[in-house]
Write a protein that binds this ligand. Structure first.
Ligand code: FES
Ligand SMILES: [Fe+2]
Length: 377
């Protein structure tokens, strides 16, 4: 089950042109293309006649023609021609999805088209900022999207999965962690003062001595996650606030577009935004390489987790893992799951009861630690 009344990342703008791009989002087959004037279009990828995917057909101007019996559709999904018939019956057509290009992503609205409001697209405007460069990558994975969200809200894994780049033992052992729940959003702030720099911070930040380092992962439903990394020589201190525009001496931002395909597959589109002043072209190429290496290291794990769940008949879903233990670092992802659970329940009930998921008990227990503080704003 997925949250439907939201914008989801459908891909990168450069992927979309005059060729059909067929993808499945939330169990719905979608065909996308650009009109002759460049406007993105998204239609149900299933002919109204005998259900052949329209993506197997062809574009004639801005008209989509099915490859089987030649039914034609306009960009609103309305059937405009049935070969051999004078005119199509008035209500024949396929579903059209609102789709827009914003902040370097394509966003598709998977709910009631009447309710599609561009103001609900997440604020990824950092990606439009002049002076920053971006590095992008995408994955189509055999794993529930929840595994990816879990990963991004618990950066203690950096110490183990990304030990050659952004990871260091302090991230999981001694970091001060604060979890801020603010309505339907969660932020996990991770502070490390006077610690040895992780390899990537030493290499690209140019540090020789210890550093102060800060990270924040933010989740907003249904699947929006952005992460900010910053650092400075030890003694600088941790910046104020719950989201770090201040990256100190060296850092970068990560923006994720995560979209479920099915209960067992998902799409991930990711940008890293960084200051190109960190070094020469070779240094930047190496940084980009490491950014990709990091996300590849993560992406290998998710299908393995999915397979592990699928193999065990006692496990039902990635959203409800029969974990034997909740560890101290699970606070952020547990909060995100509560928010999603609350919104899914509301979607099911067709009503909204104040702040979604607030106070909802999931039966999960998070281990207590003096280092982790949960704050509700
Ligand atoms: S299946 Fe598309 S025209 Fe028949
Ligand atoms: Fe990771």
């Amino acid at each position: 089950m997925f949250l439907k009344g939201h914008w989801y990342a459908a891909g990168f703008p450069h992927e979309l042109g005059r060729e059909f791009l067929a993808r499945t989002f939330l169990n719905q087959a979608v065909v996308m293309f650009r009109t002759e004037n460049g406007t993105p279009v998204a239609l149900e990828d299933r002919c109204a006649h005998r259900r052949v995917p329209l993506s197997l057909g062809r574009l004639i101007g801005d008209t989509v023609e099915c490859s089987y019996h030649g039914l034609q559709y306009d960009c609103s999904g309305k059937c405009t021609r049935i070969p051999g018939q004078k005119r199509p019956p008035p209500k024949v057509g396929v579903r059209a999805y609102p789709i827009v290009e914003k902040h370097r992503f394509l966003w598709i609205w998977m709910g009631d088209p009447e309710k599609a409001d561009e103001a609900l697209i997440p604020d990824y405007s950092m990606l439009d900022r002049t002076g920053l460069q971006v590095s992008n990558i995408q994955f189509h994975m055999d794993a529930h999207v929840q595994f990816v969200i879990d990963n991004l809200l618990d950066l203690s894994h950096l110490a183990y999965v990304h030990g050659t780049t952004t990871g260091s033992p302090e991230i999981s052992e001694t970091a001060d962690v604060k979890i801020v729940r603010d309505g339907d959003s969660v932020r996990v702030l991770r502070w490390m003062e006077n610690v040895p720099p992780a390899p990537a911070f030493r290499q690209f930040g140019g540090y020789e001595g210890n550093i102060d380092s800060w990270q924040v992962s933010e989740f907003r439903p249904p699947t929006y996650v952005r992460v900010s990394y910053g650092s400075a020589p030890a003694g600088h201190g941790i910046p104020e606030g719950d989201w770090y525009e201040d990256q100190g001496h060296w850092g970068f931002y990560v923006y994720h577009g995560l979209t479920p395909e099915t209960e067992k597959r998902c799409h991930q589109y990711r940008y890293v935004a960084f200051d190109p002043g960190m070094g020469d072209a070779r240094t930047i190429a190496e940084f980009r390489f490491q950014c990709d290496q990091i996300i590849i290291e993560d992406s290998v794990l998710f299908p393995i987790q999915q397979e592990s769940i699928d193999r065990d008949p006692a496990e039902t879903s990635a959203r409800d893992i029969n974990t034997q233990v909740e560890i101290v670092h699970d606070g952020g992802l547990s909060a995100a799951r509560q928010i999603i659970d609350g919104l899914l329940a509301e979607q099911e009930n067709g009503r909204r009861n104040g702040v979604a998921g607030a106070g909802k008990k999931t039966g999960r227990k998070t281990g207590k630690s003096a280092r982790v503080r949960v704050v509700a704003n």
